[in-house]
Design a protein around this ligand. Structure first.
Ligand SMILES: C[S@@+](CC[C@H](N)C(=O)[O-])C[C@H]1O[C@@H](n2cnc3c(N)ncnc32)[C@H](O)[C@@H]1O
Length: 264
């Protein structure tokens, strides 16, 4: 089994799972709807390479961002491949923090995000609520915390999904799911089309599956006063159209991804 070089690992990851242009458009639109003004300060929790935070500061000279992650490896990739492409003024408004999302930070953000389901790392409800309470403390008065979440009838079973991209295949592999504890073990594998090399277990996620209802309750228990749940619209053929609307009641389907917003 080949070990994936670090640069290739994050390059393939970002092109497989991230769409932060759409995420930024969505959170900007929702924030304006809530507070009738633009959000300026942005905290990307579990930021990894913090590609989204680097894009955030491109919006105007008043936009500022922080990307927080424990792991120096994705931070180094992000500095080399995203931060380095910012101009000096943008650089002065973007800060990488190698640290724990559970720690205290001396700044407030209009928007904090925890995307790509990263908060599923907290398997105990007590820790999840502690994390949400920290996020709330770090939000401006007019602040919003956004998370994404996935589910569906196919989400809680051992199953491997394959997605073809121009230069690689992406595998999202649910290796095990424990229905009694909701603990789940996911791997990401890649196949590089250029040399045909298969990189197994490029990423490992030892998570707990949480439902929208559980996350909403945990956010309220952490002190948030208002939680908004969203759902994705569909095209004529029934596939997701990328447009998310606020909703409180939807039918389950095989596989879905959506957002939750929480306000202090
Ligand atoms: C699934 S990746 C998410 C990367 C990026 N946010 C995205 O949307 O693609 C999860 C990241 O969370 C980081 N992480 C895990 N526990 C953390 C913690 N307690 N504090 C900060 N970062 C953490 C890992 O190092 C990893 O980079």
């Amino acid at each position: 089994m080949s070990k994936i070089p670090s640069n290739l690992k994050y390059q393939l990851y970002e092109s497989s799972v991230q769409n932060h242009e759409c995420d930024i458009e969505f959170i900007n639109k929702q924030y304006k709807k809530f507070f009738k003004k633009p959000a300026l300060t942005f905290r990307e929790d579990f930021g990894g390479t913090a590609a989204m935070a680097c894009d955030w500061v491109k919006q105007s000279p008043d936009h500022k961002a922080w990307g927080i992650d424990l792991d120096p490896e994705p931070i180094a990739y992000g500095k080399e491949n995203h931060y380095s492409r910012l101009n000096d003024n943008q650089k002065s408004r973007m800060e990488y923090i190698e640290g724990n999302v559970l720690a205290d930070y001396p700044f407030k953000a209009d928007i904090t995000v925890a995307f790509n389901f990263s908060y599923f790392i907290f398997k105990e409800r007590r820790l999840l609520v502690e994390y949400f309470a920290k996020v709330k403390e770090g939000l401006s008065k007019d602040g919003v915390f956004f998370v994404d979440i996935f589910g569906g009838t196919e989400a809680r079973q051992e199953l491997q999904e394959e997605t073809e991209h121009d230069n690689h295949t992406y595998f999202w592999d649910c290796d095990s799911y424990n229905t009694l504890t909701e603990e789940v073990l996911y791997y990401i594998h890649f196949k590089d089309h250029k040399d045909g090399k298969m990189y197994r277990k490029a990423f490992t996620y030892d998570w707990r599956m949480w439902s929208v209802g559980e996350i909403k309750d945990a956010m309220l228990d952490a002190g948030f006063s208002n939680v908004v749940t969203y759902w994705e619209g569909t095209d004529d053929d029934g596939t997701g159209d990328g447009e998310f609307y606020s909703s409180k009641d939807e039918e389950n389907c095989e596989s879905w991804v959506t957002y939750i917003a929480a306000m202090p």
